[in-house]
Ligand binder design. Structure first.
Ligand SMILES: C[S@@+](CC[C@H](N)C(=O)[O-])C[C@H]1O[C@@H](n2cnc3c(N)ncnc32)[C@H](O)[C@@H]1O
Length: 236
């Protein structure tokens, strides 16, 4: 994911340009902080005070230069128009958030409005075309059958949330002026790994795992049944 974001940024903007990045639903700010460390000017917006506190604490431990480049806003991703001016960002990330938003179109339109011309929109969503995979591979046949004709699912936290279909999002992105330019599958082979699964100890094993995932995420038909989709739109 991070590699795909960096690759898209490198393809679109001159090397060394300090980009204005908005991370919507930044959680504890892992991506936001990573991009601030890379020299960009990052604003993270998050609605959960507990996560804001974690992000602030992590930021406080950074050198002054990085602290000065990152801003944390407590708020709802659906209200970007309240907090920021249209066209004021080069990159907008919205990773792992759409699952929690019942009507995503308005949020997405708001995100597209935040982008300057040529700006890059990065979405990470649950793949609504492959919801039966997790249950099916786990041998839960009733769950697999129930998952074919819906985009609703229960996540690992036990929350009832929703997935997005590639075709639907492709149409939406076209309609809001940030057409799809690239997409990847994320977690093709590793979706069934437990949250507390042990990361391979040897560097070679970890690199092989990441390389296999990366390759599958860019290759049909594997990417089509990934647990998550990474969609990249570009503001026209
Ligand atoms: C699965 S986490 C992803 C965090 C981070 N983007 C990442 O990729 O690691 C989803 C985050 O989105 C936040 N979120 C969900 N709906 C939101 C909304 N409408 N506005 C702002 N944040 C939201 C949640 O509080 C949570 O921190």
């Amino acid at each position: 994911m991070a590699r795909q974001v960096d690759e898209q940024i490198a393809a679109r903007f001159p090397v060394g340009q300090r980009l204005r990045v908005l991370d919507v639903g930044m959680g504890q700010g892992t991506q936001a902080l990573r991009l601030a460390r890379a020299g960009h000017e990052v604003t993270g917006i998050e609605r959960e005070p507990r996560l804001i506190a974690v992000a602030r604490e992590a930021l406080a431990a950074e050198p002054e230069g990085i602290r000065g480049r990152m801003r944390i806003v407590e708020g709802d991703g659906r209200d970007t128009g309240v907090h920021f001016l249209p066209g004021s960002f080069d990159v907008v990330l919205c990773h792992g958030v759409l699952m929690y938003v019942e009507e995503p179109d308005a949020l997405l339109a708001g995100l597209a409005r935040m982008l300057a011309p040529g700006g890059f929109l990065s979405l990470l969503v649950r793949n609504g075309d492959a919801l039966a995979m997790r249950a099916g591979l786990a041998g839960d046949w009733a769950g697999a059958l129930a998952a074919f004709d819906t985009t609703a699912y229960r996540n690992r936290l036990g929350l009832d949330v929703r997935a997005d279909r590639l075709d639907t999002l492709t149409d939406t992105l076209g309609g809001i002026g940030a057409p799809l330019h690239a997409w990847y599958g994320v977690r093709v082979f590793t979706d069934l790994a437990a949250d507390d699964a042990v990361v391979p100890e040897s560097r070679e094993a970890l690199e092989a795992l990441l390389a296999a995932e990366e390759r599958a995420g860019r290759t049909d038909p594997y990417r089509q049944v990934a647990a998550l989709l990474h969609l990249c739109g570009v503001r026209g």
